[in-house]
Design a protein around this ligand. Structure first.
Ligand code: MIG
Length: 660
């Protein structure tokens, strides 16, 4: 059951798609003061799940999280904010219930940080809607919540293939080299991503024709080989006379305004930019139509970046900072002044004070950005999604975004942002998955191999062994870091085998994804969601259940030749070197040390279950669905969900088959 409690006059975020009549009662479980504060005492054994894209473990207890969408490339343990705000939690214990705090500004979740046994939730304003959800168990609560927020985005099937990306591909030649590198190594590949360098001076919806003389032709050639090109779109629009997007935005008042009514100026990659007012329906429609510039030449997927929005600096703060620095420099700069100086310079980027300085035009009313900040990225992806529904009504377009709020899951996926080539970031990505699924984000995954810092061969291999299970499976790396395409490494053979294993699992992964999307379920769950009365399952936070048949327990430590795995029930361990070279062993319930050499993938099939596997292919469109065989226990069945992988509404071509 879902009950809604309304305080003041909350902004309509459109996170929920069902209209629930607010309750007259006072909110249960929490002590609420009507000023945006909600307090609750936590029992020693209560677990707090959720918060979507946030750092730390599956159980969120013991930290203070600040939900304020932020371009934060440092996913350190002491980070407080990342790119998305997903204010949905489940408190699980003697009483289990879900709570969604629908508030688009800054929110703080102090979950036993100030005081171990207390949870204190604070919204910057007293205007907030809170939904309290009760049900049979965690899975039931999630199902009800997901129905409330609407069906998750389903990408085209090709988006389940492997993708190669790199910030630093400069021209057509770099793209061709990547494609040829993969094809020569015999490694499947479905997509290559175009990062900001394909654009002319980082201007959205332009193509640099010196470096990409004929993107239409390149797109067609790549597609003939099963490879989709996926360009990036940044939120900020370059200020430049004669640039159509800039000029149209200015003349129609489609950009965010400053307090004086002029167009607000920030600086990002293109230099000085204006920010499209994605919260204004007319501006949203206008910007969305621009994607046609690229879809008309055959592009069918996009990633939306910098849409927190990220701001490197604003003109005002830069001017103030420069004059302060001048003062500091004119005297004899002591150590205190030196630290003020470096602090001011570092504080230009993403300064929270800058977000008070611009406004959205929402049905004629000027709304301060800070009060609705967390909705910006969601509405950028919404603008693209809703436009493409009209431009290409017969097919799905791939979208994923960096920034998001609950509701964004209806318009696209998200990637987990700028992680680093660190072993701990395999675990960090894995721990976010169930919380993201709770909030509706099913199409997601991490930058495989790590984005920032130099990677190592063994890290790439182990990361592949984890990511090959995630719906979004993309290798991406930052400018200036070590080359990370699989064909660069001496273990390319083994890496290629991992990609082939991914392709052999696509029928299963796609089927479980469809089930999760169509039935409002989680594709990735903590063990405790399925084994709620099992103490050791409650404590396990580095393994996940995948769909109804699998459990994953990736190795995420360097030089480890295996790991400890907890089995909440008897399972079949599969140790795979190649899709057709593996052994299996039935292991009883309990704790095990499981060996896994660097080139071996280990995963588990749940008791009395089996999964479909197919022959790998070079790209998803070449998969032979008649080649399906089974892996797992004998004498059981599997329910396969399949559609044509491209029609916007999966129900139109959905086939549900009982396999045995
Ligand atoms: O300030 O476009 O998260 O994936 O490669 C960095 C360059 C801007 C951030 C994205 C990353 C992308 C990078 N972008």
């Amino acid at each position: 059951m879902i009950k809604k409690y309304v305080y003041g006059n909350p902004f309509s975020t459109e996170a929920a798609v069902e209209n629930i009549i607010p309750s007259e009662d006072s909110i249960p479980y929490f002590e609420a003061d009507g000023q945006g504060n909600f307090t609750l005492t936590l029992a020693e054994n209560d677990i707090v799940y959720g918060l979507g894209e946030q750092i730390r473990g599956i159980n969120k207890r013991g930290w203070e999280y600040v939900n304020w969408n932020y371009d934060n490339p440092n996913h350190h343990e002491d980070a407080r904010s990342l790119y998305g705000s997903h204010n949905f939690i489940i408190i699980s214990g003697a009483e289990t219930f879900g709570a969604f705090f629908d508030y688009p500004g800054k929110m703080t979740f102090d979950i036993g940080y100030t005081k171990r046994s207390e949870m204190h939730i604070h919204a910057e304003s007293s205007d907030i809607a809170v939904y309290i959800i009760t049900g049979e168990d965690e899975k039931d609560i999630v199902k009800q919540f997901r129905k409330l927020i609407g069906r998750s985005y389903i990408p085209p099937m090709w988006a389940f293939g492997y993708g190669q990306s790199r910030w630093g591909y400069k021209d057509e030649k770099d793209i061709r080299n990547a494609a040829e590198g993969y094809r020569a190594a015999g490694i499947p590949l479905d997509s290559i991503y175009l990062d900001i360098d394909y654009m002319e001076n980082y201007k959205d919806f332009t193509v640099d024709n010196k470096r990409f003389p004929d993107l239409k032709k390149l797109t067609a050639e790549m597609k003939a080989d099963g490879i989709h090109l996926v360009p990036i779109i940044d939120a900020g629009v370059k200020i430049e006379e004669g640039y159509d997007v800039y000029e149209e935005g200015v003349s129609n008042n489609y950009f965010c305004k400053n307090a004086e009514g002029g167009d607000f100026v920030g600086a990002v990659w293109p230099g000085k930019v204006h920010f499209p007012d994605f919260l204004n329906p007319a501006a949203r429609e206008w910007f969305g139509k621009k994607y046609e510039v690229l879809t008309s030449i055959g592009i069918d997927g996009f990633w939306n970046d910098m849409n927190e929005p990220a701001i490197f600096y604003t003109e005002d703060r830069l001017a103030d900072t420069l004059s302060e620095i001048e003062k500091l420099a004119s005297g004899n700069m002591g150590i205190d002044e030196y630290f003020r100086f470096t602090g001011m310079v570092a504080g230009l980027n993403g300064n929270i004070g800058d977000y008070d300085k611009f406004y959205h035009n929402i049905n004629g009313e000027m709304v301060n950005h800070s009060t609705v900040h967390n909705l910006y990225g969601m509405n950028m992806t919404r603008s693209a999604f809703e436009a493409l529904e009209k431009i290409e009504p017969e097919k799905r377009t791939l979208f994923f975004s960096r920034s998001s709020y609950i509701g964004a899951h209806r318009y696209g996926g998200i990637w987990q942002g700028d992680n680093k080539s660190w072993w701990s970031h395999i675990l960090q990505s894995m721990q976010q998955l169930p919380a993201l699924n709770m909030a509706g984000f099913l199409f997601t995954g991490s930058d495989t191999g790590g984005f920032g810092c130099d990677t190592t061969e063994d890290l790439v291999l182990r990361w592949l062994q984890y990511s090959l299970f995630t719906p979004l499976f993309r290798n991406h790396a930052a400018e200036g870091t070590r080359d990370q395409e699989l064909y660069r490494f001496s273990t390319v053979q083994a890496m290629g085998e991992m990609i082939k294993i991914r392709y052999s699992l696509i029928p299963y992964l796609y089927s479980e994804f469809l089930k999760a999307a169509l039935n409002n379920e989680m594709m990735f769950r903590p063990l405790s969601f399925d084994f709620p009365n099992d103490e050791d399952s409650l404590n396990t936070d580095d393994q996940l259940l995948l769909g109804n048949e699998l459990m994953i327990a990736p190795v995420y430590k360097q030089n480890a030749k295996g790991r400890c795995v907890y089995l909440p029930e008897e399972m079949m361990m599969v140790r795979m070197r190649k899709h057709d070279d593996f052994d299996t062993e039935i292991l009883p319930r309990g704790h095990h040390y499981v060996r896994a050499e660097l080139e071996e993938l280990v995963f588990f099939i749940r008791s009395k279950k089996m999964i479909p596997v197919c022959k790998p292919a070079n790209s998803t469109d070449k998969i032979d669905w008649n080649s399906i065989t089974y892996l797992g226990y004998a004498d059981c069945t599997y329910t396969l969900y399949k559609d044509n992988g491209i029609s916007p509404n999966p129900e139109d071509s959905l086939e549900i088959t009982e396999l045995r």
